[in-house]
Ligand binder design. Structure first.
Ligand SMILES: C[S@@+](CC[C@H](N)C(=O)[O-])C[C@H]1O[C@@H](n2cnc3c(N)ncnc32)[C@H](O)[C@@H]1O
Length: 267
């Protein structure tokens, strides 16, 4: 599954606002005191997590941005001060997750990835990071909660179709969708990790027209692909919702979860 740079750029400020602050504080507290940190960002896109965390880590930073999309990696930050380095590493994480984690690493990060991955891949992530005793910061996993205001009679059916679409194959086998974050949290707890977790919802105000239209169009396409709602109903729903956005009367909340999983000192 591919993601356009334009879409990632559009969502980045909303992601930044949504990121759960206590979870980020748990990340920075864990790294505090280290003279330098090496961070591996899985499915980095153009570097959204790098841009969010970089100003909060007051130390020398070395980032490896891992993605299989060369055109996104080509947009990774380049001219940086001497105490920050960013290396783009083209990698298919479905095939080569283990290689991406090898070498010196202090923190693994990812954002907007876990809802795309399969149960098997998630298990690999937990096993491989636990084997290396690596802390993991995973932000912005979609959790299935959607609130649209004002409400429309077809909203519920559309959201059900979106959540069904989230379970289809996104390149890692059948995806976990909204189950991803709770599953990941449970599995890290089982291998003795300490968890900080919290919501990181997108909250789109009436003025956030561009991202609302983009998200609504994506949901209509997902409902079309699932095929359980007559196409004419999907189109009519999209038109009504877009009209509300244009009129400045639409607000949308989309549920996400962030967590930070840290290996405890003794297991
Ligand atoms: C929703 S985007 C999130 C990007 C970035 N983390 C962010 O928050 O802006 C998902 C990312 O996963 C990457 N991706 C999807 N399948 C992948 C795979 N098999 N190996 C590596 N990256 C993959 C995509 O290229 C894309 O950059």
């Amino acid at each position: 599954m591919s993601f356009s740079a334009a879409w990632l750029e559009l969502r980045e400020p909303h992601d930044r606002r949504a990121r759960n602050s206590p979870v980020i504080e748990a990340v920075t507290a864990t790294l505090a005191g280290l003279p330098s940190v090496t961070i591996v960002d899985l499915a980095s896109g153009t570097g959204s997590t790098f841009r969010a965390l970089r100003p909060l880590l007051g130390v020398r930073q070395s980032w490896r941005l891992i993605d299989n999309d060369l055109s996104l990696l080509a947009r990774a930050p380049q001219s940086l001060p001497p105490d920050i380095s960013v290396t783009a590493v083209p990698t298919d994480l479905n095939r080569d997750l283990e290689a991406a984690l090898d070498g010196p690493v202090d923190l693994v990060t990812t954002s907007a990835l876990l809802d795309l991955v399969s149960d098997d891949w998630l298990q690999r992530l937990v096993v491989e990071t636990a084997a290396r005793r690596l802390p993991v910061y995973a932000a912005l996993s979609y959790d299935g909660r959607v609130e649209m205001s004002p409400a429309d009679a077809t909203d519920e059916q559309i959201v059900a179709a979106v959540n069904a679409h989230q379970r289809t194959d996104k390149g890692f086998g059948l995806a976990l969708g909204r189950e991803a974050a709770p599953q990941a949290i449970q599995r890290f707890e089982r291998v003795g990790y300490t968890l900080a977790q919290g919501q990181s919802d997108w909250v789109f105000a009436p003025n956030d027209r561009e991202i609302q239209v983009e998200v609504l169009s994506g949901w209509a396409a997902a409902a079309r692909d699932i095929g359980e709602i007559p196409l004419s109903d999907v189109i009519a729903w999209l038109k009504r919702r877009r009209d509300l956005v244009t009129a400045g009367r639409s607000s949308i909340r989309v549920g996400h979860v962030d967590f930070f999983a840290r290996p405890t000192a003794t297991r």
